[in-house]
Design a protein around this ligand. Structure first.
Ligand SMILES: [Zn+2]
Length: 147
């Protein structure tokens, strides 16, 4: 599976730092990038969340560093996978992504049981949101064989 750039080169999955308004550094944003023409695009299921987040930011006064992987579960999954398996290329990542996604969903479901027992509503809501992000994420949708 490959993702093709407009310049006919393959794009690789990587984590980037996006700087917003010269004041906010958002780390661990998953993007597809092209080595040959420096084009990059934020992963589709992540883009909506990122845009939404940027809209909530008031005029920033202090320089801030934000970890996108802490607020978005898809970014978190990719970040974790890249840390655990740095040797994998985009092709191999695609092969293991589903298994990792399922593993994380199972983990979150366990954590949800904890939150439920503790009747911790904000925590439950946070886990639900993360589960939603993960279940809507289909890595294979980002690829086409056509080129
Ligand atoms: Zn390109």
């Amino acid at each position: 599976m490959r993702r093709w750039c407009n310049c006919k080169q393959t794009m690789n999955l990587e984590l980037r730092t996006v700087i917003f308004a010269k004041k906010i550094e958002i780390k661990n944003v998953p993007v597809f990038s092209c080595m040959s023409c420096s084009t990059y695009e934020v992963l589709k299921p992540v883009k909506a969340h990122l845009t939404e987040y940027l809209q909530t930011i008031e005029q920033p006064t202090n320089y801030q560093v934000v970890m996108f992987s802490e607020m978005n579960e898809v970014a978190n999954l990719i970040c974790d996978l890249c840390n655990r398996k740095p040797e994998l290329d985009s092709d191999e990542l695609a092969n293991v992504m589903d298994a990792y996604k399922q593993e994380r969903i199972n983990l979150l479901l366990d954590v949800y049981q904890c939150a439920l027992q503790m009747e911790d509503k904000p925590w439950m809501k946070d886990i639900q949101r993360r589960l939603e992000q993960l279940s809507q994420f289909r890595f294979e949708e980002h690829f086409s064989e056509a080129g």
